[in-house]
Design a protein around this ligand. Structure first.
Ligand code: ZN
Ligand code: ZN
Length: 410
């Protein structure tokens, strides 16, 4: 069997991850996480990192078969635990300026047939244990990046009518196109794309909206924005001074909503894949920033448990704008993976805010909180955009400016 994944493009993806995604500096360490299946990409990234002068590259591999073995044979009490020492070790590395890279390749349905109670408890324990890492990433202490690799189970879910080999090849090509590594000069293409996203962010920042109002089928939602919020997108500067592209691909501009000023109802427009569970047809009602009613046609148990993780989980930590004509959306592919699906539609995220999304970069956690920034042990994006959604910006003086019409920039 020939390898359905174009190895030249895969190698370009590795190069883009190091040179655009991370902009890894000479002497900088790198901590990478990957599934076993994505080892070919992890190895190429390791090579490019060392060629770029990396200090130490350390990869932590996970194995989905081992995860399933846990659900089959693990003691019940173990589902309230997570390996917190791993996250503490990663946090220590970031404190010493290591960069962070994650390869997304997981089967979105891995845990679909497992006990939702165990899945919910394991997710919660993982969210809590991951707190030291999440803090450093959402506060953007170091340069970080996520890229994707076409895992076989993931590919079969996205292309169910094809053989495994064909499905992997198709998902690989979709990842390469979205990540701009099918072009002659991917790095130049990323520079141009970053400039475009910066223009959109600037337009939104110049308007300094107090709130965004979304209307469409099943949606009538007003999202107040945090005081002093700043819109960002594409490349941005982390606290260690390195300007990186955290997501490859990325099509969004995003900012921090006000944790207490979200009202109305909204429904999901794409299924959400979260940690091996699929959650579909989410409908929620917000009151004073908090979700007070929730339903989902699939994965409701897991979703409700996620929302009960902690006090901040029912409040928003991110609001992001993505035109319906984004290349990922145009591909017509439903990826069942947030890195891609969130870049095909406007989305919001439950939980922790990005404290970087403020004009004043030196706010204390108290100041972030009083400006409306949310805190939580989760940060989960879900998609609410479609070609049926209109968005108005409400200015501080009450004036209304069209932002999106029928899913496109107005
Ligand atoms: Zn986002
Ligand atoms: Zn997000």
């Amino acid at each position: 069997m020939t390898n359905p994944i174009d190895q030249i493009k895969l190698n370009k993806l590795a190069e883009v991850a190091v040179k655009v995604g991370l902009r890894l500096e000479k002497g900088q360490d790198l901590v990478m996480t990957s599934t076993l299946e994505a080892a070919p990409l992890a190895r190429m990234i390791t090579e490019h990192a060392y060629k770029a002068g990396a200090g130490l590259v350390t990869t932590l591999f996970t194995d989905p078969e081992a995860t399933l073995a846990r659900y089959k044979y693990g003691h019940d009490e173990s589902f309230d635990r997570a390996a917190d020492w791993v996250f503490e070790g990663m946090a220590k590395a970031f404190d010493n300026n290591a960069a962070r890279l994650a390869i997304a390749a997981d089967n979105p349905m891995l845990l679909a047939n497992e006990d939702p109670d165990k899945v919910g408890r394991a997710n919660k324990a993982m969210s809590e244990a991951g707190s030291p890492v999440r803090k450093r990433i959402t506060e953007f202490w170091v340069n970080w990046n996520i890229v994707a690799y076409p895992g076989a189970d993931w590919a079969k879910l996205v292309f169910p009518d094809d053989s495994e080999e064909v499905a992997i090849g198709k998902l690989a090509d979709a990842i390469f196109a979205a990540s701009r590594v099918d072009l002659d000069d991917p790095i130049g293409a990323w520079d141009a794309h970053n400039a475009k996203l910066a223009t959109k962010s600037k337009w939104l920042n110049d308007h300094d909206f107090a709130a965004l109002k979304y209307t469409g089928p099943g949606t009538d939602l007003t999202v107040g924005l945090a005081e002093g919020h700043e819109w960002m997108g594409g490349a941005s500067r982390s606290k260690n001074g390195i300007t990186c592209n955290p997501n490859i691909p990325t099509e969004e501009v995003f900012t921090t909503p006000h944790a207490h000023k979200v009202d109305g109802y909204v429904r999901s427009t794409k299924p959400l894949s979260y940690s091996g569970s699929l959650i579909d047809d989410i409908k929620v009602v917000f009151k004073d920033g908090k979700i007070v009613e929730v339903s989902a046609s699939k994965g409701e148990d897991v979703w409700v448990k996620v929302l009960d993780t902690d006090e901040g989980a029912r409040r928003l930590g991110e609001v992001a704008l993505v035109p319906h004509s984004s290349p990922i959306s145009q591909s017509g592919i439903l990826f069942f993976n947030t890195l891609f699906d969130e870049n095909a539609a406007c989305h919001i995220a439950q939980g922790q805010c990005y404290t970087k999304c403020f004009k004043d970069q030196d706010l204390s956690s108290e100041q972030v909180k009083s400006a409306g920034g949310n805190s939580s042990n989760i940060h989960i994006d879900w998609m609410i955009g479609s070609d049926d959604i209109d968005i108005d910006g409400i200015k501080q003086n009450g004036d209304i400016v069209p932002v999106f019409r029928k899913g496109e920039w107005a």
